[in-house]
Design a protein around this ligand. Structure first.
Ligand SMILES: Cc1cc2nc3c(=O)[nH]c(=O)nc-3n(C[C@H](O)[C@H](O)[C@H](O)COP(=O)(O)OP(=O)(O)OC[C@H]3O[C@@H](n4cnc5c(N)ncnc54)[C@H](O)[C@@H]3O)c2cc1C
Length: 343
């Protein structure tokens, strides 16, 4: 069944609770329906945007064209000895998939517990948390190309994964509606417990180490640090952690004692939160937008904010960090739509 709405209200469909309307919203429950919609949009010249749970987007006032929500909800697994291929529809809630896999003894996703959003959005920014990135558990995906409505199979190389990045996030490249993602998981549990927060939480929980326990520890740490969008609208981390040159890292370390730098290529990845905090932004607000008091990477809608308010506030933070530390901050969420003309 395909559901189509005109002038659809999207305020409850994005975790920042930004007011926005879509000219057309299509909720598709089958791959063929998505192909049909893509063909129709091609014929009519309508731009297509895909929306999952709206947990990594900044929506402007209006999304012209057609917004497609792939409500595809199957999950099945193929076991090949140690290996397990898990195929999941794009509309499956990510955390449900993580729980399903842990319950059946398919290991590898436990550190990614409680990340909001859908399976179909996971490859877009190669979701990651607590030492694991989706890329390392990815096998391939199926997607409908918006160019010709054909179903394509994309392997890892075609997806161009990077840190919170993929080919799907880069404008100007081929555009796709992802309909299914296949993960390669293992029957053997190999714990990843490098993160001090997770290690400490595991010690507190006690008992034997298991995937369920790692997920529990991750969930507890996340609940402590991040605001729940149902109560405080937000889109998780608003900025990516920047990579700086070795020389800049040394200069910054002199000003910010104890600054950590993960070696990445020739440079170091540093904490954007630390830079924002050092500029005094934690807890600050302007109108309806603010910086979460516990985690300066998270911007929150305190009530009444529009997409453009969030973006202006984010720009003020990025400008300040740029002026003081010479480091460029990049947005993590995608910005969709356009604003009403002023006046
Ligand atoms: C409290 C909180 C904590 C978070 N923590 C993390 C974290 O630890 N790690 C992390 O990586 N992210 C995190 N995020 C960000 C977010 O959860 C992920 O990016 C998630 O994958 C977004 O899923 P979604 O379904 O909500 O996507 P949406 O926000 O709906 O869409 C995001 C982008 O993906 C595109 N898209 C969505 N579905 C498809 C599809 N099927 N085909 C093609 N394009 C698609 C959209 O067009 C948009 O550009 C957090 C967000 C919140 C609110």
């Amino acid at each position: 069944v395909i559901t189509v709405a005109r002038d659809a209200d999207l305020q409850r469909s994005n975790t920042l609770a930004l007011p926005s309307r879509a000219d057309r919203l299509v909720i598709a429950r089958q791959v063929d329906e998505i192909r049909e919609v893509v063909s129709l949009c091609g014929e009519r010249g309508w731009r297509i945007e895909v929306l999952g749970e709206g947990s990594n987007v900044v929506l402007r006032d209006r999304l012209p064209g057609c917004v497609v929500r792939p409500d595809l909800r199957w999950v099945h697994a193929e076991e090949q000895g140690e290996r397990v291929y898990v195929h999941a529809g794009a509309g499956v809630h990510w955390h449900e998939l993580v729980r399903w896999c842990i319950g059946l003894g398919f290991f590898g996703l436990e550190n990614l517990a409680l990340i909001p959003g859908t399976v179909g959005a996971a490859p877009i920014q190669n979701i990651g948390a607590y030492g694991v990135e989706m890329e390392s558990r990815f096998d391939h995906l199926l997607a409908v190309s918006t160019r010709d409505a054909r179903l394509e199979r994309l392997g890892r190389d075609a997806c161009g994964f990077g840190y919170r990045d993929s080919v799907f996030k880069r404008d100007g490249e081929a555009r796709f509606v992802i309909v299914e993602v296949t993960f390669l998981l293992s029957r053997t549990f190999r714990p990843v417990t490098d993160y001090p927060d997770v290690r400490e939480e595991l010690a507190r929980l006690g008992g034997p180490l298991s995937a369920a326990r790692v997920a529990d520890a991750v969930i507890r740490v996340r609940r402590r640090k991040l605001p729940d969008p149902r109560h405080v609208p937000n889109a998780g981390s608003f900025f990516k952690n920047p990579t700086v040159t070795e020389a800049r890292f040394r200069a910054l370390s002199a000003r910010l004692p104890g600054l950590q730098g993960f070696p990445v290529g020739d440079g170091r990845k540093i904490s954007a939160a630390r830079l924002i905090d050092a500029c005094g932004w934690k807890g600050r607000r302007a109108g309806g937008v603010g910086v979460w008091w516990r985690q300066p990477l998270v911007l929150v809608n305190l009530g009444g904010a529009r997409g453009q308010d969030v973006l202006a506030f984010a720009e003020a933070i990025a400008d300040d960090v740029g002026d003081r530390f010479g480091v460029e901050l990049e947005h993590e969420p995608r910005i969709l739509g356009e604003d009403h003309a002023a006046g």
